[in-house]
Design a protein around this ligand. Structure first.
Ligand code: HMG
Ligand code: MG
Length: 303
């Protein structure tokens, strides 16, 4: 059966990028291997960003060069995006036969400056150049807009600021734009307001995805609300890992296990084997010596 919901697993990238201790590349590759075995068709592999900005993913070249990653990158049935901030990142991605990249901008000035060292307008311009160059080179491009509800430095985000970024990324050639509640502060009322606003301004739900961090424990509810607004693609991270070094205090992504559990119980197909996903969440939590942040994952693992 064709999944009704597509899950974009961001654990190997968003999930690991903010962890301070060194994680061996072999553990990252094993995480990716286990995630793929659950049936996940889209797994974001890593990012090619300044190693000073995100030291944890400075091994991106080694990871992409590994034979197992090379095999994944050749698989035309799956998507394996790699996050890139600029043309330099795109060039490195292309050298490693990456077929899909993800570009990222912020709807707000404070986070844009902290995360990618430029204004929103410059971020849009830079992302547009990357999208055009990537598309010309035959790559697919996914877009992210961060701080859809609030910015850690500027406060609440005006709706038109999000629309401006979404419109720019789609016009430049992104096949889909993922809306990031980077701080994890939004709740279902905010989700409905934003998705309705975007729909009223001509953005089709089929071009959007939800990317909810879980700081206030609202992420699962936000996914459900977005689903009921017509969104069918959701980013999540196994064991609820995740966070951005430039969004202080923000918690991890919504846990993949919690999403699969919720959709499965509603009879909505995700194409993911929950038992294998729970095992993977327990495995990576023990590898990283961290408490598993997935509620469903913890409950099912100890049953
Ligand atoms: P900058 O300092 O303005 O740029 O940083 P620069 O061009 O002057 O480069 C600085 C150094 O980085 C140079 O090295 C470059 O060579 C190197 P140096 O000469 O000093 O040794 N560099 C690179 N190295 C590898 N790959 C590259 C690359 N580009 C430059 N692609 C820049 C600007 C954008 C590069 C930097 O700010 C950066 O890398 N930022 C990325 C930050 C990041 O990865 N944040 C986390 C991901 S976003 C996120 O988590 C949100 C999301 O999940 C959605 C949500 O939750 O909202 C997606
Ligand atoms: Mg994120």
């Amino acid at each position: 059966m064709h999944p009704a919901v597509r899950i974009v697993e961001v654990g190997p990238r968003d999930g690991l990028q903010n962890i301070k201790g060194a994680i061996p590349t072999s553990v990252k590759l094993e995480l990716i291997r286990r995630l793929k075995q659950t049936g996940l068709r889209t797994v974001e592999l890593t990012s090619v960003v300044s190693p000073r900005a995100v030291p944890q993913l400075a091994d991106c070249r080694d990871l992409l060069r590994d034979p197992s990653a090379k095999t994944l990158l050749q698989d035309s049935q799956s998507r394996h995006p790699v996050l890139v901030p600029n043309l330099k990142g795109l060039e490195i991605a292309i050298q490693h036969n990456v077929r899909e990249i993800a570009v990222f901008i912020s709807a707000t000035e404070g986070f844009s400056k902290a995360n990618i060292n430029c204004t929103v307008a410059q971020g849009i311009e830079r992302a547009t150049q990357v999208i055009i160059a990537a598309t010309n080179a035959g790559l697919a491009v996914r877009g992210y807009v961060s701080c859809i509800f609030a910015d850690p430095y500027d406060g609440p985000t005006p709706l038109p600021a999000v629309l401006r970024c979404v419109t720019a990324l789609l016009s430049a050639g992104c096949y889909e734009v993922s809306l990031g509640d980077t701080l994890g502060v939004g709740s279902p009322a905010n989700v409905r307001e934003l998705f309705q606003y975007l729909a009223n301004n001509g953005i089709p739900a089929g071009k959007l995805a939800g990317h909810f961090h879980d700081t206030y424990g609202q992420a699962v509810a936000n996914v459900w609300e977005a689903f009921n607004c017509g969104i069918q693609v959701f980013d999540s991270s196994v064991a609820g890992l995740g966070g951005c070094p430039f969004a202080p205090g923000a918690r991890g992504n919504v846990a993949s296990e919690d999403l699969v559990y919720m959709f499965q119980n509603a009879g909505i197909e995700t194409g993911v084997d929950l038992v294998k996903l729970v095992e993977t969440g327990a495995w990576i939590s023990s590898q990283l010596s961290r408490t598993n942040s997935s509620r469903a994952g913890t409950a099912l693992a100890t049953r």
